[in-house]
Design a protein around this ligand. Sequence first.
Ligand code: LLP
Length: 427
Amino acid sequence: MDHFEYRNGILHCESVDLVDLAGRHGTPLYVYSRQTILDHYGRLATAFAEVDPWLCFSIKSCGNLSILKLLRQQGCAFDVVSGGEVRRALEAGADPARIVFAGVGKSDEEINHALDVGVGYFNVESEAEMDNLASRAAAAGKTASAALRVNPDVDPKTHVYTTTGKRETKFGVDVERARNVFKTFHGRKGLNLDAIHLHIGSPVNDVSAYVESITKGLRLIDDLRGDGYTIRSLNIGGGYGADYETDQAPPAMQYAGAIVPLLRGHDLKILLEPGRTIMGNAGVLLCRTLYTKASGDKQFVIVDGSMTELIRPCLYGAFHFVWPVAPAGGLVPPQRSATLRLDGTRLVDVVGPVCESSDFLARERYLPPMERGDLLCVFTAGAYGMVMASQYNSRPRPAEVLIEGSAARVIRRRETYDDLVEAERLD
Ligand code: LLP
């Protein structure tokens, strides 16, 4: 699952004692395990090796430059969704030809810049965008490689906000319209439309949803080839799960076991866009208890981390396992589970300092007794954690530290009050 483990009653990341680390770097603090990143990347690469795919790491899940560099060194390509993410990929040393650019609303500036730097593939989400891309590329004397994002109308059985492959969502073009898009744009100056892109949602722990969407995608590719079009690649998207609870997500081999047989013999370059499955378990958020208080029947643990560091509980009602870094009475959790209830624990809500009732990190959990000063770990926070952090309530964003064995390296410094006001000091 990951390299965050209790040793002698204290949580460690690889060989680093997290009580010491929090003492040195302060809280709230994001901590990443290099080995966990490599393990998850390696498992995915091995599981899908037969189809020799491009693994395009989805930068939106975790954009820190040091982590992008680490992944690039492993051979990763990148999935981006904005000009800012193109910048991050390039700054991390990515080969622009191995960047794929998705998103329903690419601006003219973003398209021009991506053409300029030579982004490998545009995942195009509408006829209007295809038209704009073709015109801009032709005007610049370039040819853009394009994949048509198809909406397969498959239910990934995940949160409604992160469901993207259902017809009623804004993403992609209906399968029925796809053939027409090829008819309209085939041979258009500035455009080389020769690929299909699918992405049904995130996280998708139901492997059969991929089977359904890829089967529809392959049927479409057969039809398009029958119509005389050349289709070179199929991007099957991201969405592979992470263990928010122990053994919650299917292992990479299980996804591949169902997906790879479908892809055999189709003569397609296969692309994947994993984010969460690589980074989710590779990061935690450390917080320190500021106060505890009772209110009516409820017990609150008020920590210095909040919805501004990790918005997932507030936004999606997402579950993150939380546990003290050095639990009282040596009460170490035997597994990470939403229903864990050990003797000696008590029912609490873990909340942050932000002025909203939606500012909680964990609700109705049985935790060991916690006191002012005690550290709490929020697990599986490596994906969609820091990237979604805000400065709401004028809270500087936290630092990020990458652990390698017994070494800890700051990979993003903690923001300061100066950072909060810098862009507004205009006179
Ligand atoms: N490809 C495309 C086109 C995507 O839109 C996404 C995620 C991915 C790949 C990567 O998905 P992953 O492998 O990381 O599941 N903020 C939400 C997740 C939003 C996902 C958006 N798209 C959360 O915290 O759960």
